[in-house]
Design a protein around this ligand. Structure first.
Ligand SMILES: Nc1ncnc2c1ncn2[C@@H]1O[C@H](COP(=O)(O)OP(=O)(O)O)[C@@H](O)[C@H]1O
Ligand SMILES: [Mg+2]
Length: 260
């Protein structure tokens, strides 16, 4: 059975896309069959994997408005067991479309679409937009669990209560099985006292929701310029600089998930 994980946080720039792309690639390198679904209109996961607008005609927008099946938009990547369902800026129209058409069960469109293909994958990783609108609700309704990246900077935990309330609400209404897989500290810098403070806060409040690997060491994603560079080469970090600290950290995250 496939495991469906949404990467979500309504704050922008916290490392959602970096986590989705690199977790998906690390799992694929560990020989798991992985589908990365990009449901952010900014389509950063799609471009970060090396696809440009001319490489595909249809995208997740056409799936959500029921013009295409998920299988009809899936693209192969340079990693043999990693596929991607691309996004495109046109996806911004979907919220309005859902609203105008009063689409019934609009929170469950993505879940229904995933149903048709899920047996072909061990993991399905969903990269969501920086908002708590109906796109993110679709992701959380389709997922077994959510990973919440937390940027180790000022205001890191701001807005978290709202996100956790949304998770609770979806759990109570649409998706009772939804779990918090874990909080993932991102862009951690040893030079920065604030980083240490954020990590200490996370440990204090969510100790058993942090990822561990290699004999119980916490998985923390360091600030690493290679992670910021690799999307411009259209590659996950593992294909760009496998030994960089960022690459090792995302491989540890994958190992932690595979071991659980
Ligand atoms: N660990 C990291 N080290 C350095 N830069 C990072 C790291 N994680 C993300 N970035 C960069 O920070 C920016 C925001 O990250 P991104 O994953 O796109 O966040 P989100 O999807 O939450 O908006 C991007 O330019 C990305 O390349
Ligand atoms: Mg993003």
């Amino acid at each position: 059975m496939s495991e469906i994980i949404a990467i979500a946080n309504q704050k922008g720039g916290v490392g959602k896309t970096t986590t989705a792309v690199n977790l998906a690639a690390s799992l694929a390198v560990a020989e798991k069959r992985v589908l990365l679904i990009d449901i952010d209109p900014q389509a950063n996961a799609t471009t970060g994997m090396g696809f440009s607008r001319n490489d595909y005609e249809f995208n997740i927008y056409h799936v959500l408005i029921d013009r295409k099946k998920l299988s009809q938009i899936i693209l192969k990547t340079s990693l043999p067991t990693l596929h991607i369902a691309p996004s495109n800026i046109g996806l911004v129209g979907v919220e309005k479309e859902f609203y105008d058409n009063k689409t019934k069960g609009r929170e469950l469109v993505l879940k229904t679409k995933i149903e048709e293909i899920k047996d072909q994958y061990d993991f399905i990783i969903i990269d969501s937009p920086p908002a708590l609108g109906s796109i993110t609700v679709n992701a959380l309704s389709a997922a077994h669990s959510i990973i919440i990246p937390i940027q180790c900077e000022f205001f890191a935990l701001e807005g978290l209560a709202q996100l956790l309330n949304t998770v609770k609400l979806i759990k109570r209404t649409i998706n009772p099985k939804l779990e918090i897989k874990g909080f993932l500290p991102t862009m951690f810098s040893t030079q920065n006292n604030l980083s240490k403070q954020v990590f200490a806060d996370l440990k204090q409040h969510f100790k058993n929701k942090l990822f561990t690997a290699n004999e119980d060491e916490y998985v923390v994603i360091p600030r690493n310029v290679k992670l910021a560079e690799s999307p411009s080469f259209g590659k996950p970090i593992i294909l760009y600089d496998i030994k960089s600290p960022g690459s090792v950290a995302y491989q540890n995250l994958a190992q932690s998930i595979l071991a659980s």
